[in-house]
Every structure is written in C-alpha cells, then in structure tokens.
Design a protein around this ligand. Structure first.
Ligand SMILES: Nc1ncnc2c1ncn2[C@@H]1O[C@H](COP(=O)(O)OP(=O)(O)OP(=O)(O)O)[C@@H](O)[C@H]1O
Length: 189
C-alpha cells in the first residue's frame, strides 16, 4: 500500500533547528498541505520527504514511487516540450503515451512542439507538473506548484491533485499560495 509518513522528524540547516518532532502519515487518497513563512523550512521538508536531505533525527517511511516538483524544472531547454517530457517519461519508467495525456491535462498541447526555452514562467511550471503527471508515480511531492500560475491554472492544478487522490495517490504540497486541497492534513511550520 502506498504510504508516506514522517515519524518525529527534525530538520536542521546550518546548525539551526527549523522543526522537530514532526509526525504525520499519508495513505492512499491523502494529502498534506505544508505552509509557513519564508525560510520556515517548507522546501527542506519536501526534500526530506524525497530523500534528498537527511533528517537531523526521526525517520521517513516511503512506500511507493515518488515524483518531485521542485523549484528548478529539469526539462532540457533545447528540446521540444514533448521531447523533453518523453525523455523523463522513459527515465521515470512511464509509458510514452502518458506524455500526450499529461500535456492535455496541463493545457499544454498547443506547445508540444515548442522548445522548452521559449516557455513562459507559468507554462514552465505547468510543464514541470506535466512531468509529475506523466510519471504515473503514486506519491507526488510538490514544492510551490502554484508559483507563476494564473487562477485558472491553479484551479486545474487543484483538480489534478484531486483526481490523483481519487485514484489512490498521495500528495504533499508545500505552498504559500492558496490551493484547494479538501481534507488535507495541515502542517504549519
Ligand atoms: N542548501 C542549503 N544549505 C544551507 N541552508 C539552506 C539550504 N537551503 C535552504 N537553507 C536554509 O534553510 C532555511 C529554510 O529554507 P527553505 O527553503 O526550506 O524554506 P521555505 O519555507 O521553503 O522558504 P520560502 O517560503 O522562502 O521558499 C532557510 O533559512 C535557508 O536559508
């Protein structure tokens, strides 16, 4: 069963404790909303969840594949959007057919043949989200997924997360912008 849990996790950066004894457990269909002021440790929490940063103490339990949306989009600027997503779909072990569906889900189909470098800020954010969708991973770790998005795109993002949860997926969302996540566990840092 897919699962993401923090068990008394502490996070320290440059000797400073950002949070400690943080515990929560997410199962199929669950979501966590991570909020807090700048520098509180939202991105650090996402990186700990992803296994990219070690907790100062405590443990993280991950059962299921992960997809991470972080600040930097790892899409190759010189490829077309569809090509860049196909590259990641292959690495993520996803079906190549997942790419057109993900492009459509993020309203990016008209830009499929455009080079990644010409995409606007919001389009780039949606492209990074398309990679998460195409991956087919059950556990989504989303760091500021609404950054640069207009309101219709934020609403579409919320709907995508809701669909993912309906299919038994898990979402951990760190954001300083409002995103509708019904019945999410709230983690305030
Ligand atoms: N690679 C790093 N090495 C050392 N300290 C770091 C590193 N990345 C972040 N920090 C520090 O950790 C603290 C928390 O940063 P983090 O990015 O997790 O916060 P945040 O809540 O996501 O902030 P924001 O809302 O501004 O994005 C900050 O004081 C930051 O300077």
């Amino acid at each position: 069963m897919n699962r993401l849990a923090f068990d008394r996790v502490a996070c320290a950066r440059r000797g400073q404790l950002l949070f400690e004894t943080l515990s929560f457990a997410l199962g199929p269909g669950d979501a966590a909303l991570v909020t807090g002021p700048n520098g509180a440790g939202k991105s650090s929490l996402v990186r700990i969840a992803a296994g990219l940063l070690a907790p100062a103490s405590g443990a993280v339990i991950r059962d299921g594949g992960l997809a991470l949306l972080a600040e930097a989009t790892a899409l190759d600027h010189d490829r077309t959007l569809a090509d860049a997503l196909r590259f990641w779909a292959t690495l993520d072990g996803a079906a190549r057919e997942a790419v057109p569906a993900a492009l459509a889900a993020l309203d990016l189909t008209p830009l499929a043949a455009a080079p990644v470098r010409i995409l606007s800020t919001g389009q780039r954010r949606r492209a990074a989200m398309a990679r998460v969708v195409a991956s087919g991973s059950p556990i989504w770790l989303l760091d500021e997924p609404a950054n640069g998005l207009d309101q219709p795109a934020v609403d579409r993002l919320a709907a995508l997360i809701a669909e993912h949860r309906t299919r038994g997926g898990i979402a951990l969302v760190a954001t300083h912008l409002p995103i509708a996540l019904p019945d999410a566990i709230e983690v305030r840092l």
